[in-house]
Design a protein around this ligand. Structure first.
Ligand code: 3H9
Length: 692
């Protein structure tokens, strides 16, 4: 298919970008050259008086093709050349916008002389979320058209504006569609282009710039895209267009090559690829899921119900205990009401959501559901008995999912006569907020069941990652190794605040010890007790147990590694610092000064090493599956792409060298390098090179 459809209707040359699914301005697919050439030819064609550019399908254009940034970074200038040709075209060029008009798509529209938008158009600059700035003139043309304050809001907030709002701010000339839009375009044929006001500087607004500088300083990030956007917009108020564009190009190129943008771009594509079944495209129909039953109205169960209701799915909540049921329903109603109070939901929609919920007190009520999610107490026998009941009553094709976070999905499936229809759906808490769901594939889980479960996860706006069935699945298994190092660092010389601060400065949303305080230390305690029996040769530091023995389970008990005078904000606690120091003395470890660099390396490389094992065991199919889990479920910085992407960037030879150093020290047993990493070094390959 040609990437540009060209039609002449009288004096109108109508160009339609045809590059599905979202009409990106791809250099590789020839969209940019086709547009460029056609506009140049139209200038010399006396039969053309006006040119219109629009997009085929759902969207006008989602921007530059991000893949070009990897494949042809030196050619990005061809986009800029296209925009200059459009801007300088002596015949009127009108951008006819609809659907998504994003990034380079909006820059193309801004380079045109007129813009009209269909009511469904959404115009925005999301580049900041990729660690970039609008690099095709957006930072210069937008403030000249809508003013500095609005331009900053659009480029730094990254959220698109609707057509009506765009018209109000002068970003589009009219909101029109269909024949009326075409008539408006044809009427522009006689327009004089002499009064275009895009070349002088934008009106100064230092107050708006200062507001954003302060906001940026308050929330530091690993990349510098926000600072660069502010610098470009400030330049737009002083420089002429040509000089402003030169600065924008320079800063864009810097960002394009930055680690932060590479990591964010990796995350963008990884999130989109992760939900696909590895190996083969599904050769069967994905089961339709129109109704769901959830068994168990505890915190997890009610969070899952909320997530389903938010996606407008009818849900039957089943809970045998009357008090637990009314408490669960209360939690659900309260969360919906809170959305109304915060203006996120109208009363009408809230009522509609509540009306989708039915409550029942017997498992038999799940008989008609397309998918059942069991969220009862985390005990294998309890779960097995629920599944045995489900097996008797569920309709033939129903998917039977367990929300276990640790238990063996195969043993749960074994309780049924249809283990191929059983799957794990490990939601993260709070289930209505956290985006990640590990979709656990048991030995018998069929590809069809997996596809249905993934489709449900997508439908409720979450990211589903397929994980094999093992203790801890992907996320928690890696997290254990991360924590093991954090605890030993305490024994060897660091204090809780240093461990957390080092990892937070590196980009983790929350340090490991604060995370445990938030999650509740009792869970980790019971896992360590279990491990002491099943894995006696893989010891832990005793420090977390000592803290648990004091009844300090974290925020919920008002104290853990830290104390929480206001219930939420951690404060270093001299009592814990003393306990840590005393413990080192008791076990005969001479405390030493530990650098932040060592803290980060030990905690992060421990994740990478376990990630490599998980990959070679086939528990994760592809390295980006692990990355998506860590970025979406564990606060790993998206700017670093995830632990496996980060390892590829740092280099496996370096990682092996550091691991060998750690291996020669205390508790060196934990640093035996995963054979896969050694193999990568030997063959000069990366995790990304491995085929899933
Ligand atoms: C830019 O424009 C820089 C300029 O300023 C500089 C010029 C010099 N590139 O999300 P979906 C693919 S930077 C390449 O599942 P949805 C996506 O990977 C760009 N591919 O659909 C997926 O592929 P596949 C600024 C892209 O309906 C398919 O399209 N623009 C791009 O849920 C469908 O995507 C952005 O940051 C792209 N730009 O959401 C917008 N966009 O089918 C990024 C999408 O093989 N895009 N793909 O998995 C989006 O936000 C969403 O994709 C969108 C549609 C809202 C458009």
């Amino acid at each position: 298919m040609k990437p540009l459809k060209i039609e002449q209707r009288g004096c109108l040359l109508l160009l339609t970008i045809t590059n599905p699914p979202v009409n990106v301005l791809s250099i590789g697919a020839g969209v940019v050259s086709a547009l460029h050439e056609t506009v140049v030819n139209a200038v010399g064609d006396p039969s053309v008086a006006v040119i219109a550019i629009r997009g085929d399908g759902r969207d006008f254009c989602a921007g530059a093709d991000i893949k070009d940034f990897e494949n042809a970074p030196d050619e990005v200038d061809r986009l800029r050349e296209l925009f200059s040709v459009v801007d300088a075209c002596p015949k009127p060029v009108v951008a006819m916008l609809h659907g998504n008009v994003l990034g380079g798509g909006l820059e193309l529209a801004l380079a045109a002389h007129f813009r009209i938008a269909a009511p469904d158009a959404r115009l925005g600059f999301p580049e900041v979320m990729l660690g970039l700035l609008p690099g095709g003139g957006g930072t210069q043309r937008l403030p000249r058209r809508v003013g500095v304050a609005r331009a900053l809001e659009m480029m730094l907030g990254g959220k698109p504006v609707a057509a009506g709002q765009a018209a109000d701010m002068g970003l589009v000339d009219a909101v029109l569609e269909g024949e009326a839009a075409l008539a408006w375009v044809v009427a522009r044929a006689e327009s004089s282009l002499a009064d275009r006001a895009t070349t002088g500087p934008a009106a100064a607004d230092s107050a708006a710039l200062d507001v954003w500088r302060a906001k940026i300083a308050q929330r530091p990030s690993l990349g510098t895209a926000r600072e660069s956007i502010v610098a470009c917009v400030e330049a737009a108020t002083r420089l002429d267009l040509k000089q402003g564009l030169a600065l924008e190009r320079e800063l864009f190129t810097e960002l394009l090559l930055s680690e932060a943008s590479r990591g964010l771009r990796h995350s963008f594509f990884a999130e989109r690829k992760v939900g696909r079944l590895p190996g083969s495209e599904a050769k069967f129909e994905t089961p339709t899921i129109a109704s769901v039953a959830v068994i168990g109205a505890g915190t997890m169960g009610s969070g899952i119900v909320l997530a389903l209701l938010n996606a407008q799915l009818p849900v039957t909540l089943i809970e045998l205990n009357e008090n637990a049921l009314s408490a669960g329903v209360g939690r659900i109603a309260k969360a919906i009401d809170r959305d109304v109070a915060k203006g996120r939901l109208t009363n009408e929609k809230a009522a509609a959501r509540k009306a989708l919920l039915t409550t029942e007190s017997t498992v038999d009520a799940a008989a008609q559901a397309d998918l059942v999610i069991e969220a009862v107490f985390e005990d294998i026998e309890v779960k097995r008995s629920v599944f045995a009941q489900l097996d008797r009553i569920a309709k033939p094709g129903a998917i039977l999912a367990s929300n276990t976070s640790t238990l063996d999905v195969d043993r749960i499936a074994d309780a049924t006569q249809r283990p191929h229809q059983v799957v794990g759906l490990h939601f993260f808490s709070p289930a209505n907020i956290m985006r990640l769901v590990e979709v656990v594939r048991g030995a018998a889980t069929s590809a069809q069941t997996l596809a249905g479960a993934l489709a449900l996860v997508r439908k409720i706006g979450k990211v589903g990652v397929i994980a094999g069935n093992c203790d801890g699945f992907i996320g928690n298994r890696i997290f254990e190794e991360y924590l093991r190092q954090a605890y030993w660092l305490l024994e060897e010389g660091a204090l809780p605040a240093q461990v957390d601060a080092a990892l937070e400065a590196w980009g983790m949303a929350m340090g490991p010890l604060r995370t445990m305080d938030l999650a509740g230390q009792d869970i980790g305690w019971s896992i360590r007790k279990r491990r002491a029996v099943t894995q006696p040769n893989r010891p832990y530091s005793k420090i977390p147990d000592l803290i648990c023995e004091m009844g300090r389970f974290g925020q919920k008990t008002g104290a853990g590694y830290y104390r929480y005078p206001d219930g939420r904000t951690p404060e270093s606690d001299p009592e814990i610092d003393e306990l840590v120091i005393r413990h080192s003395a008791q076990i005969g470890v001479e405390r030493r000064v530990i650098s932040d660099e060592e803290i980060v390396e030990r905690c992060v490389f421990a994740m990478v090493n376990e990630g490599a094992r998980i990959l070679s065991e086939g528990i994760a199919h592809r390295s980006f599956d692990i990355d998506v889990i860590y970025v979406n479920g564990y606060g790993f910085p998206a700017e670093r792409g995830g632990p496996m992407f980060y390892a590829d960037r740092v280099g496996h030879a370096h990682i092996i060298e550091r691991m060998n150093d750690f291996r020669s020290r205390r508790e060196g047993w934990a640093w035996e390098p995963a054979p896969l990493i050694e193999w990568l070094v030997e063959h000069g390959e990366t995790f990304a090179d491995l085929k899933g």
